[in-house]
Design a binder for this molecule. Structure first.
Ligand code: KG4
Ligand code: ZN
Length: 339
């Protein structure tokens, strides 16, 4: 029972991150270098700027992680990296760094799907944890909500997914980001809206809840348009925006739809557990909604594992490692890569 330790790299969007994860669960070291401050001025991620920032940061981030893990490169069992989906120019930086490390050490190279990483973030726990937390039981219904994706997934066993549905337009995180901009809040929108919403009335504006009955799909563009109309009307009427109420009412609409649909899917597929993951699963209102139900055993990643990080990549890579699913050195990035 020798522990398997994987060095993982993530660079699909605007975080340069590396981590060391033991047996797919235990976090040994974790470093995330975020570019958020740089992208704020553009109101979103500027792809070319992002890849160049990854180039600047990646070596330092890797070195720092290895130092924090008190290990040397040859002590790892595999090198894992996010291969996609994400920004091509950003993915390339992580993938090439991983290839370099694998080539130098002779260790297996494992390409990981970023979405799979988000799912496996629910398996992670910090090294300091006194008691080892339980893992989700299968079948699990997963709500995966990030800046690029909003999906409901049925996970039947490790690495086996059936996509039940997903967004037809904006991802949930994208809706947060766009609505934040509409009401004058800064990027990334999710945390800004959450913060503003604390002082707001979620019932002040009755924004639409698009339920798309009979499907497991989502749509957030109608909600976004409804907020836009309200903003224009309010600006005409008073010139001043009740930002907190707008934020709270918008957030309530998103949370209601995400929560209700996930619960319906969990009932329909007789899930043994419900998992929520991805950047939007950091949202306190969403977490509270799920925590309040007692029907299903719930797995929510710790906050540090919700938004992009490399630990989740190491967790997913471990499952591939166990099946000898390694990649060759001609592994290319996959900017679009469904689960
Ligand atoms: O998973 P992630 O870091 O990157 C992607 O894979 O997209 O997710 C980023 C998204 C952003 O849209 C951000 O606004 C959203 O997650 N987000 C939140 C919160 N924290 C991050 N949305 C709502 N509430 C939050 N607290
Ligand atoms: Zn992500």
């Amino acid at each position: 029972n020798v522990p398997i330790r994987i060095l993982a790299i993530e660079s699909s969007c605007d975080e340069t991150a590396t981590a060391v994860v033991e047996n797919g669960r235990k976090l040994i070291a974790n470093v995330v270098s975020t570019q958020i401050e740089i992208h704020k001025q553009y109101g979103g991620v500027f792809p070319e700027v992002a890849s160049r920032q990854h180039v600047l940061a990646i070596s330092t981030v890797i070195e720092e992680t290895i130092r924090k893990a008190h290990m040397s490169v040859k002590d790892f069992d595999a090198i894992a990296v996010t291969r996609g989906p994400g920004l091509a120019g950003s993915l390339v930086v992580g993938v090439n760094a991983a290839k370099g490390l694998a080539l130098a050490t002779g260790l297996p190279l494992i390409g990981v799907n970023h979405l799979e990483g988000h799912i496996y973030s629910a398996w992670l726990y910090p090294q300091e944890e006194q008691e080892i937390p339980p893992v989700p039981e299968f079948p699990a219904v997963i709500l995966l909500v990030s800046g690029g994706h909003s999906e409901i997934i049925l996970m039947k066993s490790h690495l086996q997914y059936e996509r039940l549905g997903g967004t037809l337009d904006d991802a949930a995180g994208e809706a947060f980001d766009k609505v934040a901009r509409l009401i004058g809040l800064s990027y990334p929108g999710g945390p800004s809206i959450q913060k503003a919403a604390v002082l707001g009335d979620p019932k002040k504006f009755n924004f639409p809840r698009s339920r798309l009955e009979g499907t497991w799909d989502f749509s957030f563009s109608g909600l976004k348009t409804a907020v836009l109309r309200m903003v224009r009307q309010l600006e005409k009427e008073s010139g001043e925006l009740p930002v907190a109420d707008l934020a709270a009412s918008f957030q309530a609409s998103v949370v209601d739809v995400l929560f209700e649909k996930t619960m319906m899917a969990a009932r329909k597929y007789q899930a043994k557990s419900v998992v929520i993951a991805g950047g939007v699963s950091a949202n306190q209102a969403l977490r509270d909604a799920f925590k309040a139900q007692k029907e299903f055993s719930l797995f929510i990643p710790r906050l540090m594992f919700c938004t992009d990080n490399a630990a989740m990549v190491g967790a997913a890579a471990y499952q591939r490692f166990l099946l000898n699913r390694w990649d060759d050195f001609d592994m290319d990035v996959m900017p679009t890569w469904p689960l």
